[in-house]
Design a protein around this ligand. Sequence first.
Ligand code: UGA
Length: 433
Amino acid sequence: MKLAIIGHGYVGLVTAAVFADLGNDVWVVGRTKEKIAKLKTGDPLFFEPGLEEVLKRNLKAERLHFTLSYHEALPGAQVVFIAVGTPPKANGEADLSSVLAVAEKLGPEIKKYTVVACKSTVPVGTNLQIKKLLSQKVGLAKDKFDIASCPEFLREGTALGDTFSPDRVVIGTENKKAEAVLLELHKPISGVRVLTNIATAEMIKYASNTLLATKVSYANMLAFLADKVGADIEQILYGVGLDKRLGRKYLHPGIGFGGSCLPKDVKALISTGRKYGEDMKLLEAVMAINSQAVDNLVTKVQYILGGKLADKTIGILGLSFKPDTDDLREAPSLKLIEKLKILEPSLKIKVYDPVAMTNAKKILKDVIYSKSAYETAENSSLIIIVTEWNEFRQLDLRKLAAGMKAKNLIDGRNIYDPKLAKKSGFNYLSIGR
Ligand code: UGA
């Protein structure tokens, strides 16, 4: 099939790479000349394991094309995927301006029957808005297109695997014709097919991401209590997770969820609820607990340093919102650093991240960048593990402690055995243990 994909962020680019690898002719449309030039060389513009290799392979095979022109990409495409951003507005609502602008631009280029499928995470009702725009504003005849909602469930860091073999493929359409085209396209992709209407498909995406966020906040809420009652959250959740009805996934406490999706989608669903007169109280609590998770860590910093923060140096290990990505959007590390600086402006903050340093340098100015975990620890009075990168999991704790002014370690992701950390000379705190 010929496909056009509008947008080359995580969703657009990974979708393009996967469908090109499966033998389709894929055209990706962007709007920035410099970015398109880089993409044409196989540079994904962000860190995602394995992606560069798949891009290069398919560019070489001429199955993957990058362009600034809708006119070049659209003609003959059986499916157009809209995969542009829907960032949150100040009131939490999803900003649909890019999605609608794209629909308006692609409309005039549709000459033959095309399925216009939205992969961007959009509030219920948005696809119908796209349909209205295409038929009323653009004047596209009814028999020239159908709309569809094809939400994406890939995670950063494992995006290729999640797209090649997802648990489910959700296809929301208004008729069998569009459904058949999308079923044909997804044939080589594994996963249960969920064939449904547009509104349901749109909601499945929000329901999934908000439930993941709810699980994380639930784990954090219990961890706050475990700390106070002398229980061990890891054992509590191990005990819980053995019940097959409950499981352990997304029940790892820490410093809260971040990234470009979970926080945004929880806020957007709250906002949709408000629009329809539904009070999404549970989700309000999920967001509140999420910021409490950062505050909880700040309290631990004050406690471990005996309230004496002035002129101290603190080392932060991990900046990206989770491992295997260089993405800093809504990263808890940034909130933590901001809060610590407000609490004590004389604090010196040293930071290290295996891949997110280049991005961090663009936004974090008042910190010292280190080259390794050990360099971060040198002369610091406290080390905080914020992101559970693999390379932080088996650090030589004695070596880490050796160069420190005071041997304090806060493990924000519970990756160390408290006994081992203490044996290595650390005054050690973790989350809910
Ligand atoms: C999330 C969803 O998992 C994907 O299914 C979805 O496609 C994607 O959003 C999206 O909407 O595009 P992602 O943002 O890449 O994927 O990140 P996750 O792996 O889900 O992690 C989200 C956050 O929760 C991270 O900050 C992570 O550290 C945190 N988390 C996760 C926890 O604190 N504890 C856990 O047990 C699990």
